[in-house]
Design a protein around this ligand. Structure first.
Ligand code: ATP
Ligand code: MG
Length: 423
């Protein structure tokens, strides 16, 4: 006997019973992005491994431990399922020379893949909506991203979400900080775990991200990056804060916020929910002025952010926001050979009038068809038998109110159904 095949661990089916929650959120997100003047870009799910190594950094959790990388058995190419959306978006912008037409406000959406330990809010295939603004150097764009995400939470009436921001300065500042940090960690070498010792010289900033409780006090007391920022970085950061505050968006400066990817500089930010337990960050982003050049494009500044859709849906569910599933308007029941044939035609007319119609398939008695009509959640069963065919009428049986059924000429029946729709 063969065993049944299951979905890959950490990769979820989204079933018809819950899809309406996704669709409604996706529609809201698209309206919001349009309102802010962003245009969609779609890139492939598979890219060269080297793109992510170059963009995200070799010594990061994502590239070292989480990336689904494999060799194409047919031509030997080294490929990866995308773990995030920025690298591919920037690759496409360079490849198609989009910045030639001036700066770009772009968004993308879709599945991302990371080989993490699956738990609530953390999956191996998860979904992001992301935004990238390319060709913008000034702090008003950093602020736009912060203010537009605040606008989204308001549109969605999302409770309990807080903003943390920080500045990583330029690469010179981070190099100065790096040396001070290595010095600090060397002084406390006995406290470092294996991961931290490995990263001490390759990527010491990442150690600040460690969740190891035994290292928290030492990390808490470590030197702060803010002390290494130059005047320009400070001025940029101050303007971001000023605009953000002027738009009524509250924030907290978190000097430990360094983000898990190498490409960030200047502003970084995270929106953190108090409804999600351990996986609390629902949106994260920042500025990445060096990335375009790093991937092989002409140098241009940029910034962006990404929203975790599963986590956003969890918050919406926790706050008990109702969202009704879509159901058909009409379930078309037909008995008799002529009626069955005509039912195709009637269904077409009803659909052309804008109604959602299920034409019963598979035959069966009138009674069993009515049962199916009931469980379809349709508003009406439309019944066609020989009498209706002969008289060119349709019998409407309301399924969700106690109203009596009524037989009307076809045109009147369609009018009745569409009027109800717009009421
Ligand atoms: P975390 O610290 O939670 O691992 P991250 O810094 O790795 O997050 P980003 O790469 O910034 O996450 O991705 C942006 C957002 O995508 C996160 O804030 C989160 O909402 C979502 N996200 C990231 N990884 C996962 C995952 N494995 N499962 C579900 N959502 C995720
Ligand atoms: Mg992560």
């Amino acid at each position: 006997m063969s065993t049944t095949i299951q979905a890959i661990r950490g990769m979820n089916d989204i079933l018809p019973e819950t899809i309406h929650r996704w669709q409604q959120l996706e529609a809201n997100l698209q309206d919001w992005l349009a309102a802010w003047g962003y245009r969609e870009i779609r890139t492939p799910i598979v890219e060269q491994v080297s793109l992510f190594k170059r963009a995200i950094g070799e010594v990061t959790d994502i590239v070292e431990k989480e990336m689904y990388a494999f060799q194409d058995s047919l031509n030997g190419e080294f490929l990866a399922l995308r773990p995030e959306g920025t690298a591919a978006c920037v690759r496409a912008v360079i490849q198609h020379n989009l910045l030639y037409n001036g700066p770009q406000r772009l968004w993308y959406a879709g599945p991302m893949f990371r080989h993490e330990r699956p738990q609530k809010g953390r999956y191996r295939q998860f979904h992001q909506f992301g935004v990238e603004s390319l060709g913008y150097a000034d702090p008003d764009m950093d602020a736009e991203h912060i203010v537009m995400t605040a606008d989204l939470w308001q549109r969605l009436q999302l409770p309990g979400i807080q903003l943390e921001i920080n500045s990583l300065g330029d690469s010179a500042a981070r190099n100065r900080y790096r040396s001070r940090l290595i010095g600090w960690f060397e002084q406390h070498a006995e406290l470092l775990d294996e991961d931290a010792r490995r990263r001490l010289h390759s990527n010491p900033l990442r150690i600040l991200d460690s969740k190891n409780p035994a290292m928290q006090a030492m990390i808490e007391a470590a030197p702060k990056l803010a002390d290494d920022l130059d005047e320009q970085a400070l001025a940029h950061f101050e303007t971001v804060q000023k605009i953000t505050a002027s738009q009524g968006v509250q924030f907290r400066i978190n000097p430990r916020l360094v983000r898990g990817l190498d490409y960030y500089n200047y502003t970084v930010f995270e929106w953190i929910s108090d409804q999600l337990g351990a996986q609390s960050t629902v949106c994260a982003g920042g500025r990445y002025d060096a990335l375009i050049e790093q991937i092989g494009g002409k140098p241009a500044p940029a910034c962006g952010f990404a929203i975790g859709i599963e986590r956003l849906l969890d918050i919406l569910e926790a706050s008990q926001q109702t969202c009704t599933p879509a159901s058909p308007d009409v379930y078309l029941v037909h008995a008799g050979e002529t009626a069955s044939a005509m039912a195709w035609d009637i269904a077409r007319q009803l659909r052309a009038a804008g109604l959602q119609v299920i034409r019963h398939c598979g035959g069966g008695s009138f009674k069993s068809q009515m049962k199916k009509a009931d469980s379809s959640q349709a508003r009406y069963a439309c019944i066609m038998g020989d009498d209706e065919v002969a008289a060119s009428t349709l019998t409407l049986k309301p399924l969700r109110s106690g109203e009596a059924q009524i037989t009307l000429p076809l045109g009147d029946a369609i009018a009745r159904l569409t009027q109800e729709e717009t009421r």
